[in-house]
Design a protein around this ligand. Structure first.
Ligand SMILES: Nc1ncnc2c1ncn2[C@@H]1O[C@H](COP(=O)(O)OP(=O)(O)OP(=O)(O)O)[C@@H](O)[C@H]1O
Ligand SMILES: [Mg+2]
Length: 512
């Protein structure tokens, strides 16, 4: 039935028919009543009337005719006789769309658009151009950011369609603007978001170390943003124009890892059909991220140490040594100290990589970051899924804050993504959270993206590891061994999933 407002003019028809209300046009409401009586009624909510349109034209007849027509379509319209008057009007009438002429006294249409562009975030402009003046039209779109142009004499249907589109575009821009404003400037570093003191300290560390060429070891649980941090270090360094190359040491079989890192010459081993450039060479003058460094085989660790010390690399099976200028970052989600104690990681390599440690705090220790993170994720989701979600309700945020987030920001991202799709527009509400959210930590996110109907029964007496393994295996069964989907559902990275499978000695750890 739509919403009603209690003001506005209408036509009321009363007659003796079964009680019924109908929307007969944008402006008029007809009412049938079981018996004639006086009714108080409002205008049916018309979203167009909330769209403000400013018509700017120095020719009075043209101006009034256009304004009258646009008002008839249901928009709220005002007029101005030139650019200067338009600017003045806009201070009290924040138009979403302006329809403007170009040639006008005092201030032309071009100058008006220039001014609006300088001010930023102005209305969408539809420009009327003289017939055949395509060049000016294209220039106003390219240089002045006009929405579109219309040749004179203006075709009413074309104008109507354009205003509708421009208004929709304006609404989208407004949503994005509002979300962007919610992210305080200091809460963002590159793509990293965080307003907590813990994250500000991380941002400070990154800003401090980025300009140097020091090796950085980024540590943190899965999903805390280690890769984002590495990218931020590269982006803030003088190397930003050169490549950033990330290699995942866990996802590669031992036999391949050295060839990936250092490259190989044709015929250097069975299967080496072509010469291959390794990561270090690819990242020449730039940055290499050695991800999941803790999983690097010991023999490779020895070779890596030599490369780092000499700043020179030799392709497998090759003779020439290639001089390198590469900055090295490493990341791990399991403390390397344990691996050293267990003899799985070389202590000398650890010192070489850990010149500047950057530890990332888990999300459960910085829940103040949730509102800013949700706003940033929403911006992303609006773009990715074409939804128009404006914000998260206080209740929604409160629920998020009660959760422990074992999968950190990656898990939060999954929950927000699902909620944004469910909401489609407006605010995220509690009902957009996965069923049972806030109960047993970790299980909700899986349920949210895997409504498989399959359940896992774990007898008391099992270890966490056994339960985890059973859940992973069931999820893989559900995704028909699609590891990317399984990792998504489980709220862990593909690498972490791969590692776990490797740990279990599972057949699924083989090539996907
Ligand atoms: N501070 C942050 N601000 C915005 N997004 C973040 C932040 N931290 C993480 N994310 C997002 O969370 C997801 C996981 O981040 P990332 O891959 O960097 O984590 P990770 O620590 O490398 O995880 P893993 O150890 O599993 O590889 C990504 O989608 C990333 O964009
Ligand atoms: Mg990672």
């Amino acid at each position: 039935m739509g919403n009603f407002r209690s003001t506005g003019c209408l036509t009321i028809t009363t007659c003796t028919q079964p009680t019924k209300m109908e929307k007969s046009s944008d402006h008029f409401v007809s009412v049938w009543l079981s018996e004639p009586r006086t009714v108080t009624i409002g205008v049916m909510e018309n979203p167009r009337s909330e769209t403000l349109v400013l018509v700017v034209d120095d020719e009075e007849n043209q101006r009034t005719a256009l304004a009258g027509m646009i008002a008839l379509w249901g928009y709220t319209v005002q007029t101005a006789a030139d650019g200067l008057e338009a600017l003045e009007k806009l201070t009290t009438f924040p138009a979403h769309v302006i329809v403007t002429d170009l040639m006008m006294p005092r201030m032309s249409g071009q100058d008006l658009l220039k001014k609006l562009k300088e001010q930023g975030g102005g209305p969408q402009a539809i420009v009327q151009t003289a017939f055949g003046n395509l060049e000016t039209a294209v220039a106003t779109i390219h240089d002045l950011g006009a929405f579109w142009f219309l040749e004179k004499p203006v075709q009413s249907q074309a104008l109507r369609l354009l205003i509708e589109r421009a208004a929709a575009q304006g609404r989208l821009a407004e949503h994005a603007g509002r979300l962007e404003r919610q992210l305080s400037y200091h809460g963002v570093l590159g793509e990293m978001v965080g307003t907590s003191s813990a994250m500000r300290a991380v941002f400070a560390l990154i800003q401090q170390v980025a300009p140097s060429r020091a090796a950085v070891l980024i540590t943190g649980e899965s999903g805390t943003g280690k890769e984002l941090a590495a990218r931020a270090i590269h982006a803030l360094s003088p190397r930003r124009a050169a490549p950033f190359v990330a290699i995942n040491c866990a996802a590669l079989p031992d036999t391949l890892i050295e060839s990936e890192l250092f490259g190989h010459e044709k015929g250097s081993f069975t299967g080496a059909m072509e010469r291959r450039i390794g990561c270090f060479e690819m990242a020449q003058n730039g940055t290499v991220l050695l991800d999941e460094i803790g999983d690097m085989p010991l023999t490779t660790q020895a070779k890596l140490l030599r490369v780092l010390e000499d700043q020179r690399v030799r392709r497998l099976g090759g003779k020439a040594e290639i001089q390198l200028d590469v900055r090295v970052l490493a990341a791990t989600n399991s403390p390397l100290e344990n691996a050293i104690r267990e003899g799985r990681f070389r202590e000398d390599l650890f010192y070489r990589l850990n010149v500047f440690p950057v530890p990332l705090p888990p999300l459960r220790d910085r829940k103040e970051d949730l509102p800013a993170l949700v706003s940033a994720l929403l911006l992303d989701m609006n773009r990715k899924h074409g939804v128009k979600v404006t914000d998260a309700s206080p209740d929604f945020l409160r629920k998020l804050a009660e959760f422990q987030w074992p999968g950190n920001v990656r898990e939060l991202r999954n929950v927000v993504e699902r909620a944004a799709i469910m909401a489609g527009e407006g605010s995220l509400l509690i009902q957009h959270l996965p069923p049972g959210f806030g109960g047993t930590p970790g299980v909700e996110a899986a349920r949210s993206s895997a409504p498989s109907g399959q359940e896992l029964r774990v007898p008391v007496g099992s270890t966490i590891e056994q339960a985890e393994r059973a859940l992973i295996e069931l999820t893989l069964e559900y995704t028909k061994n699609n590891r990317t989907r399984a990792a998504d559902i489980l709220g862990i990275s593909q690498k972490t999933l791969f590692n776990k499978l490797k740990e279990y000695g599972s057949a699924a750890a083989g090539p996907a």
